[in-house]
Write a protein that binds this ligand. Structure first.
Ligand code: UTP
Length: 295
């Protein structure tokens, strides 16, 4: 019988080396897109997708993620006293957003290892994985995770969220090999290769959104750490595929890699341009910059 996807985990315990020195003491998942930390957008996406319980994987240096979603009595009291009701409401909402739980990954031993730390929370249910540095926006339609959940409701199988990338970019992603399209962006998975150096099996890349069957934990447990001591989720998915059907689904929406400098800059610009009070002055500034940097 198909189960309902009620739990999501958000791995956010990576080192963020691509964003040093900012990430020396500041989690990349807390980098603000204009004025909202990236991870808040991911929690909002989970809630809008119908997820009821969220577990965030952090590490001892990322306590501020927990603090961000906690209640801040003193700040709320001060905002209340000074009549800043709009700000008060905004701050209060964050701590009420969802049932949030936290677990610490003691060492950054890779995404697979991070997910293994959530076994007790997940239990024997299918669960969602939403990477803490992948923000996806689909303003006109359903959130990316909701789209995956709909596909899960049809198939009852694990599903990897994918999007097309340029062939020369495939070396940066987990790339899937798929059988022909079943319908509307849904493919049966034939293989998955982590960051292929040459001959990628296609250009559909896994983009930070998954629904996984709990059997994945058995395969994660069996994975041997790679050269950098990391346990790869991709390898466990390749094993899972041998026993259960796994699908790839090409979700709609724009995805930003916040852990990458260019991805982060694009996110800030796009999000700012969506704000009524920022759009016009920002556009003016962008045009001015474009004019100045023409040659
Ligand atoms: P990334 O590979 O993008 O994160 O992992 P990273 O290792 O922090 O990045 P760089 O390459 O050093 O800049 C994808 C997601 O998995 C989490 C990260 O926090 C990120 O959200 N992750 C990664 C963990 O939770 N634990 C790990 O050991 C590794």
């Amino acid at each position: 019988m198909k189960q309902v996807v009620k739990k999501a985990i958000i791995p956010a315990a990576g080192l963020g080396t691509r964003f040093l020195p900012a990430t020396k003491s500041m989690p990349k998942e807390m980098l603000p897109i204009v004025d909202v930390p990236s991870i808040q957008y991911i929690v909002e996406e989970a809630v809008k997708s119908g997820i009821e319980e969220i577990l965030i994987i952090t590490n001892p240096y990322k306590k501020c993620i927990e603090d961000h979603f906690d209640k801040t009595f003193e700040l709320e009291e001060r905002l209340n006293r000074s009549g800043k009701t709009k700000e008060l409401e905004m701050i209060h909402k964050i701590s009420e957003m969802a049932d949030l739980f936290f677990v610490r990954q003691k060492e950054p031993k890779g995404l697979g290892h991070a997910i293994l730390c959530t076994k007790a929370f997940v239990g024997n249910e299918p669960f969602a994985v939403m990477l803490g540095d992948d923000v996806v926006v689909n303003r006109e339609g359903e959130p990316a995770m909701k789209q995956l959940i709909r596909q899960y409701e049809l198939t009852g199988s694990s599903i990897l969220g994918v999007q097309e990338v340029a062939l020369e970019e495939t070396g940066k992603y987990g790339i899937v090999k798929t059988a022909s399209k079943e319908k509307d962006g849904l493919y049966a998975l034939e293989d998955i290769i982590e960051k292929p150096k040459e001959n990628p099996p296609g250009n559909l890349a896994v983009m930070g959104r998954y629904i996984l069957s709990p059997s994945i934990f058995e395969h994660l447990k069996e994975q041997k750490p790679g050269a950098l001591g990391e346990i790869q989720l991709t390898d466990a998915i390749a094993e899972l595929m041998k026993e259960e059907k796994v699908y790839a689904y090409q979700f709609k929406g724009r995805r930003y890699d916040i852990g990458d400098k260019m991805g982060y800059l694009k996110a800030i610009l796009d999000f700012a341009l969506e704000r009524e009070n920022l759009r016009e002055p920002l556009m003016e500034y962008i045009c001015e910059l474009a004019e100045k940097n023409k040659e």
